[in-house]
Design a protein around this ligand. Structure first.
Ligand SMILES: Nc1ncnc2c1ncn2[C@@H]1O[C@H](COP(=O)(O)OP(=O)(O)OP(=O)(O)O)[C@@H](O)[C@H]1O
Length: 303
């Protein structure tokens, strides 16, 4: 008998603090109220959004183009400034961070973008692109940096020879792996993945989703996975949040949202999945689906 049980009832295990907790997040584009000219256009791109992401889990943020998903992704890393709201990231209220503190935070909380062709410098060999975040954050010798970059490049499924190549010599899928290696090199706990596979073909999409899932298992990373494609979100998300016109319409456990959507708009999004017939409304779990849905080919790749 341990001392805790001998002194009374065992306390309930405490829930781990969320990796990300967002309350009332708001972003308005356009002239400020004080500068507002007649007919000047203001757009509330993100409207009082609340979100939480638990450690080692993935929140899928879905919605049509223009819903405000990418704006949320940029706000939570403070790549752009919110107009209102509170963002706690890795236990810190990021509103109060200085530039230097924010830079240090970005070693632990980073982003992968849709288009690796534009997120990687075309003039740099892959090894330099992967090493770059370590240069920004400091603390490693030249040979340590190279060894770490090589290990990351190998981990994402590329070969040693890729280190010397330039982006134009590689495929979109290989470049997205490079972008992942670059994001991982500072050992982050949180990654915003903004449409990370939207530019890839179906089989490469599945491989990259597999890689992200494996890395999460190994390293306990949390993801905010932004996508307009619900087939992809279903393969990776533990929880799903649905956005439209800047507002969060619905959020919850991924299987619940896919199987029993509460909001009419979520039902419309689900009905729009290619090849999904009205009879095939049930999904057999996160990575599961029946053969009639548009996820079947992706799921086979991911399995
Ligand atoms: N810098 C900006 N200035 C003005 N308006 C912007 C700016 N960035 C985004 N917007 C507008 O904010 C709204 C939300 O854009 P956002 O890119 O966040 O949507 P999204 O859901 O990610 O869509 P997509 O998948 O097409 O990128 C859109 O109407 C967009 O035109």
């Amino acid at each position: 008998m341990n001392s805790r049980t001998s002194n009374g009832p065992t306390p309930e295990p405490r829930e781990a603090a969320p990796t990300l907790s967002v309350r009332g997040l708001t972003k308005v584009y356009g002239p400020r109220a004080t500068m507002l000219r007649r007919n000047a256009h203001r757009l509330t791109a993100v409207d009082a959004v609340d979100l939480d992401i638990a450690p080692g889990t993935t929140l899928g943020l879905v919605g049509e183009s223009g819903a405000g998903k990418s704006t949320v992704g940029r706000l939570v890393l403070r790549l752009i400034e919110p107009d209102a709201g509170k963002i706690d990231l890795l236990g810190t209220d990021i509103a109060g961070l200085s530039r230097g503190e924010l830079r240090r935070m970005r070693a632990k909380a980073t982003m992968i973008f849709q288009d690796p062709y534009t997120s990687l410098d075309p003039r740099m060999p892959i090894k330099d692109s992967v090493v770059e975040p370590l240069l920004v954050h400091g603390g490693h010798s030249r040979s340590e940096r190279y060894e770490k970059a090589l290990a990351m490049v190998r981990r994402v499924g590329l070969g040693d020879a890729h280190m010397e190549r330039f982006p134009y010599e590689m495929s979109g899928g290989q470049l997205q792996r490079v972008a992942i290696a670059r994001a991982l090199i500072t050992d982050p706990s949180f990654i915003v993945c903004d449409e990370p596979v939207a530019a890839l073909d179906v089989s490469t999409q599945a491989q990259v989703i597999n890689l992200l899932n494996d890395l999460q298992q190994e390293r306990g990373i949390s993801y905010l996975f932004i996508s307009h494609d619900l087939r992809l979100v279903r393969l990776i998300a533990d929880e799903v949040a649905v956005m439209r016109h800047g507002k969060l319409l619905e959020k919850g456990d991924a299987v619940r949202v896919f199987e029993e959507p509460e909001h009419e708009y979520t039902r419309e999004l689900l009905a729009a999945i290619p090849g999904r017939s009205p009879r095939s409304r049930r999904f057999g779990g996160l990575a599961g689906c029946d053969g009639e849905t548009g996820t079947a080919d992706l799921r086979q790749e991911v399995a």
